[in-house]
Design a protein around this ligand. Sequence first.
Ligand SMILES: Cc1cc2nc3c(=O)[nH]c(=O)nc-3n(C[C@H](O)[C@H](O)[C@H](O)COP(=O)(O)OP(=O)(O)OC[C@H]3O[C@@H](n4cnc5c(N)ncnc54)[C@H](O)[C@@H]3O)c2cc1C
Length: 380
Amino acid sequence: MNFELTAEQLRIQQEAREFADQVIAPRSIEMDETAKFPLDIFKQIGEKGWLGIPFAKEYGGMGSDTLTYSIVAEEIGRASVSVGLSYVASISIGASPIAMYGTEEQKQRYLVPLAQGKELASFGLTEENAGSDAGGVETTAILDGDEYILNGVKRWITNSNYASVITVAAVTEQHANGRKRISSFIVPTNTPGVSVTSPYKKMGARASDTGEVVMKNVRIPKENLLGRANFGMKQFLTILNGGRISIAAISVGLAQAALDKALAHAKQRKQFGRPISDFQAVQFKLADMSMELELARNMLYKAAWLKDQGKPYIKECAYAKLFASETSFRSSNQALQILGGTGYMQEAEVERYLRDAKILEIGEGTSEIQRLVIARQLGC
Ligand SMILES: Cc1cc2nc3c(=O)[nH]c(=O)nc-3n(C[C@H](O)[C@H](O)[C@H](O)COP(=O)(O)OP(=O)(O)OC[C@H]3O[C@@H](n4cnc5c(N)ncnc54)[C@H](O)[C@@H]3O)c2cc1C
């Protein structure tokens, strides 16, 4: 068993760490306050090639692996969950469906600019009646000659105001007994009939763009069907299984940020004539945060490694997403407690960590759904 990262992984980790510290972190408070999507940061991330880490070189990507991608997502998430969420949404749920199920023509046309970092992608599954129960999708796609006509509303879609394409789930077969079959489609956002509302006002991850996508008689060529007709649900579930690694990576980054802040404060803040890090009650909190972070990171790296090895990874991805997201929430809360009143103030950033952490327990399958996934893997 080898717990060492490769020289190339260590190099990209260092580069991502410096970028996160020098470019993203100094803007994190302002991004949270203004809730403005940092397009310029994404331009730089794109130029570094990091929007294409897991995609093949022939499609403009770096041809690297899930572990390397996770390491970069972790560093970005450490500096800003907003940037992290939009980063992983474009790669793992926006562009990956095209990489996994697209035809050669679809990959050349849509994946290449995404992998090259020139454009961003979105993933459109959630609707008013389709949240945890993704099969509740009501958006329809009706074949009309050489085109599909799409009608429906997708809500809470990350990057939708900035994406060039959205991979959309829509009903392609509806039976009288209520059963339906779902397919996936590549929908360019500039197609007539597609409109995106202004971003929602959110509790956290405020600078990550989240919009509502309305599709009204949207006509797309039938060639934009992604993968096999009526197999969309299976595809989306596969994409979400892998996507959990991404949320785990951001969560590990955030838990690291919370520990770093809490430890630095505890060593410097004096009460009763000594640093509060001398008090066992504070030490125990820091010890637990550090141990849980180590466990979450190990779970993340193992899940990514399993995926890269082509081994079964569904249970391990759910473990990693569930444990890392809950760790990031607990650690942010403990960090705030260690910072006391200072932590309650915006400039200390820890209150933002706590607000940001909550989405990690909800997006790409809630904690309850992760437990259901694990239980199913156990044969329940
Ligand atoms: C900021 C943000 C960004 C997002 N980005 C995207 C995106 O880019 N694309 C996209 O398609 N979606 C996106 N989503 C949607 C997200 O994936 C859903 O919010 C999530 O899957 C949960 O669905 P829901 O919010 O409708 O909750 P619900 O499904 O209504 O669940 C409510 C509660 O009931 C629980 N629950 C539901 N069913 C069960 C069950 N069977 N057993 C036990 N408990 C259950 C849930 O765990 C939860 O606690 C985003 C959401 C947010 C907030």
